[in-house]
Design a protein around this ligand. Structure first.
Ligand SMILES: O=C(O)CCC(=O)C(=O)O
Length: 243
């Protein structure tokens, strides 16, 4: 499913773009699922908070939308995630629809996803799927190649635009993508999303997988029900389905 060169590329660079990954029908199906999710969530009051102006999200859509359940659990995506994480069993940590508002949105600052995950280990990755072509004008991602091999860098808060790039000696890779593409990135890969300066919202769907056996770091997180896990417990159970 992945070539040896693609695997090596991911190990060395921390991300992998696969073009023409989805057929038109698959994209249409997911696009209609996004509309369903948004219609369902429309009545919910939008909270102005942490990610305001950067990203609006709908988390854990797989729990109530069958299309996203199928895409995240029973598709070629988790099979590729297993190959990239070099493991037989993975678990779904979360999925989310990520909407970058048009016109006045801010960049998503440089960060390593690991800092925001509720896990002690770094063996996790994200599959990121845009619903339109994305580029520097409408919030595409940009990666610092090789940062997946630098370990955990200083935590960059979403509102702290201080650049961690002094620690990094490489040039960003701007992941302009056509519809139908997917990009995978490791939880340690430093990445950024451009502001969306177009009139249209930028819609993407992201799925986060972790290696089976990872443990809870004790921090509050939307996927962890209060009291359900103690620090250092294995993250198992129906909220983290094994694949
Ligand atoms: O979609 C975005 O703007 C940012 C996404 C991101 O940073 C991620 O999925 O890890």
């Amino acid at each position: 499913m992945l070539s040896e060169d693609e695997l090596i590329f991911f190990q060395n660079n921390g991300f992998l773009v696969i073009e023409n990954f989805f057929s038109e029908e698959e994209m249409e199906c997911m696009t209609s699922a996004v509309s369903e999710v948004i219609a369902k969530k429309e009545h919910e009051q939008k909270k102005k908070g942490f990610y305001s102006g950067i990203l609006n999200q709908h988390i854990n859509t797989w729990k109530y939308n069958n299309i996203f359940k199928g895409v995240s659990l029973n598709s070629k995506i988790p099979q590729i995630a297993k190959m990239l994480l070099q493991t037989e069993n993975i678990r779904l940590l979360q999925d989310h629809i990520l909407i970058k508002p048009g016109k006045d949105s801010k960049a998503t600052p440089w960060h390593q996803d690991f800092s925001y995950f509720p896990i002690n280990e770094t063996s996790a990755l994200t599959a990121w799927i845009p619903f339109h072509s994305v580029n520097e004008n409408n919030g595409c991602l940009s990666y610092m190649p090789g940062t997946n091999n630098l370990g955990k860098l200083e935590k960059i808060h979403m509102y702290n635009h201080k650049s961690p790039l002094d620690e990094v000696n490489s040039q960003p890779f701007i992941a302009s993508l056509n519809v139908g593409s997917i990009v995978f990135h490791h939880s340690l890969t430093l990445h950024y999303a451009y502001p969306n300066i177009t009139d249209m919202e930028r819609m993407a769907y992201a799925i986060v997988y972790m290696k089976d056996g990872v443990t809870y770091n004790g921090h509050r997180h939307p996927t962890i029900e209060r009291g359900s896990f103690e620090k250092n417990d294995n993250l198992v159970g129906e909220n983290f389905p094994i694949i």
